[in-house]
Design a protein around this ligand. Structure first.
Ligand SMILES: [Cu+2]
Length: 72
């Protein structure tokens, strides 16, 4: 059963290049229950399973990678 069907969009500041996109993709990819839809400079869209991961943890993972993220 694929229950990772809640979509969240993040606004991310501090990203400036393709390396930043890769770093954010890696940070998001390490989270259980999160599927990346797209990552661009300044934003990301993911699907997540709310039974597995909280939206705040998604933003925290991006912040831990060195950026400032907020969930829209
Ligand atoms: Cu960069």
């Amino acid at each position: 059963m694929d229950s990772t069907n809640t979509r969240a969009t993040l606004t991310i500041s501090g990203m400036s290049c393709g390396h930043c996109v890769s770093a954010v993709k890696q940070a998001l990819g390490e989270l259980n229950g999160v599927t990346i839809e797209q990552v661009a400079i300044g934003s990301a869209t993911v699907r997540y399973d709310p039974a597995v991961v909280q939206p705040s943890a998604i933003a925290d993972a991006v912040s831990d990678a060195g950026y400032t993220a907020s969930i829209n």
